[in-house]
Design a protein around this ligand. Structure first.
Ligand SMILES: Nc1ncnc2c1ncn2[C@@H]1O[C@H](COP(=O)(O)OP(=O)(O)OP(=O)(O)O)[C@@H](O)[C@H]1O
Length: 295
């Protein structure tokens, strides 16, 4: 059996807050992430995502519980170049070009031969000779991604990598990531954006208040907790100012096809519905379903 990329057992992190109170940022999570998975950590502000991924990277030590990265300590995995990260903060040198930056880091890692492949992987060829200070925020994030690829890690961790990017730049960033992941790299990312988990992750781990409230294939998390919505175009004469006539809807429930409904479409509810159901103030966990008429 291959060693999992990440194994966490009872992983807990407490901080002392400014008023001296104890804040439980991560509350006893159990998790195994297999090699080659693309996993989104999704959750609202303060859910514990950053603290969790910081423990994966060895940037923060757990208060209790255990964490292994490829069967070793996070520190060992970092030293061995098996895991690396794209963080929100972390300086780039403004007066270096993109290629010079990558070359400097590749030299530090003793991997000068990686420069060209990394430039290509991160889609930086067209701007390789541009000064970092002339790069857009999105381009600088791609450069950080390139730097994370220098040691050719098995696992890349990204903490909200697209914060502040506009939609098209975000899309470009994920296209680059997706192309790289196709080669089998394990990718774990924290995000606020439901659409990013939906579009990019095979698996979504939904966090709220330091705990995992849902964990599974992204489509299943969406379906199980978001319910389903059926949309259709009803005949015009059953439409009222309040929507579709209730009696007619009863007829539809018993005999859909003979009623002349066109464009009948069954679609899963959005991941947003799952997110709200699971991370809102009241954790209902309920599955809802809805039947809507579309004009
Ligand atoms: N160094 C620290 N000292 C005290 N409290 C902390 C510290 N780091 C995090 N926390 C608290 O732990 C909780 C979880 O924070 P964390 O940053 O992990 O959440 P998050 O899901 O990444 O949030 P965001 O999406 O806003 O980045 C929050 O209540 C936060 O205030």
């Amino acid at each position: 059996m291959t060693t999992p990329a990440i194994t966490a057992r009872g992983l807990t992190k407490r901080f002392r807050g400014q008023g001296g109170e104890i804040v439980t940022a991560v509350d006893g999570i159990d998790l195994t992430i297999g090699s080659g998975e693309i996993v989104a950590f999704l959750g609202p502000n303060g859910a514990g995502k950053t603290t969790t991924v910081d423990m994966f990277l060895g940037l923060t030590s757990p208060t209790s519980g255990t964490i292994e990265v490829y069967g070793a300590t996070p520190h060992r995995a970092v030293v061995d170049g098996r895991i690396s990260a794209v963080t929100q903060t972390g300086g780039l040198l403004p007066d270096f070009t993109v290629r010079e930056t990558i070359r400097a880091i590749a030299t530090l890692h003793g991997r000068p031969e990686r420069v060209d492949v990394v430039v290509e992987r991160a889609g930086l060829g067209p701007i390789a000779n541009r000064l970092v200070k002339a790069c857009s925020g999105g381009e600088q994030q791609r450069l950080k991604f390139a730097l994370a690829l220098v040691p050719d890690p098995n696992l890349v961790i990204l903490d909200e990598p697209t914060t502040g990017m506009d939609v098209s730049v975000r899309q470009e960033f994920w296209d680059t990531m997706r192309a790289d992941a196709a080669g089998g790299r394990t990718i774990v990312f924290a995000t606020h954006y439901l659409a990013e988990a939906d579009a990019f992750a095979d698996r979504t781990v939904l966090m709220a208040r330091g705990r995992i409230v849902a964990d599974g294939p992204t489509a299943e998390v969406r379906a199980a907790y978001g319910g389903q919505t059926v949309t259709f175009r009803p005949p015009a004469d059953v439409l009222t100012v309040h929507g579709v006539d209730e009696e007619w809807l009863d007829d539809v429930r018993t005999a859909v096809a003979p009623l002349g409904i066109t464009d009948l479409e069954v679609a899963s509810a959005s991941l947003e519905a799952a997110f709200l159901a699971l991370t809102g103030p009241e954790l209902t966990g309920a599955t809802t379903s809805a039947c809507e008429g579309q004009r």
